[in-house]
Design a protein around this ligand. Sequence first.
Ligand code: SF4
Length: 382
Amino acid sequence: MSSVEHLYVHIPFCDGKCVYCGFYSVTADARTRSLYATSPARELQAIVESGIEDIYPRTLYVGGGTPSLLGCDGLTALFSSIRNTVPLDRLEEATVEVNPADSTPLLFQTLRGLGVTRISLGAQSFSDNTLRRIGRRHNAQQIRESIRHARAAGFPDVGIDLIAGLPSVTMQEWHATIEEALSLSLQHISVYALSVEPGSALAQSQERFSIPADDAMLDALSCAEEALSNAGFTRYEISNYALPGFECRHNLAVWHGEDYLGLGPAAASRIKQFRWTNARDTDAYLEQWKEGNAGKCPPDNREELSPQEDAIERVIFLLRLAEGIDWKRDINCNPLLQEIAPRWEKILTSLVPHGIVRRTPQGYTLTKRGREVCDAVLAELS
Ligand code: SF4
């Protein structure tokens, strides 16, 4: 039996709501957060016992929400309980997302001691005014200090997230944010384009915020690409830049169509031809996976994909990667791709004269213009 090698754990807690946020997160008291810490391992245990698949992680990604809100004790309990449930001796990469507002030297020392290799800080901007306007609970100085503490704790790989196109941010301010990010000796920088997510404060009262037009957004993304490329970063995925060798292996595995298991409320999983997403309900999750309760696994909403749907879903994100599609390699990994290859060839060939995709010796990649309209290209292919 093959193994599932990529594990994601969702920590659904935040101490407020950012105005652009469309993710699932809740506020909770310290007792609830502490109770939660060992619940993902009970869900994991049930999956192991159900025999769905052998779990032998090579990557572990703890995201949120705000994982650092679990604190040193909660994160220690989380890692210990997972370690007691599945073997972690083959782990090559363990990432934890940290909010600069919660970071202390002790937090980073604890994470390093737990075997964490990567820190991902939700920075978003280096302008205090902008951070306040978008409802973040940290300031620029806390980002700088977090990076310093992470380095002091011995982390070799520290990255930040930034958002392009935040309301009322001038090009000059955006440039200053990129310059400051580049001055901090980071290994990984994600640059997301602001999107108006359903249910977010931004979506509910757009008139209160000055959201940039498409052209301004594209300029901001181009400015980031130019500055980061000049500094030696590779744009290995549409929103992700890394110094060579510091690409996020967990996310690369997901984009390469490998199986992954997600634990926690709202976490998504894909194993063989099945996919499912846990309910967005932390209270129900806590009740389901509290000590002594045998939760139901796999969940009722497990969906079985047809072989063709499965093949498409496993390769569609390859176009988001700089490497693009390599027919020989990808058909070798996923023989069912052979069936959809002729349809894709036709669509991709038709996009070449428009400057949206480029033919390579192995297959296709997106051009600069193609990256700007990537979602439309992927919709065409799916
Ligand atoms: S910290 Fe992240 S998950 Fe939490 S509210 Fe902000 S954007 Fe959403």
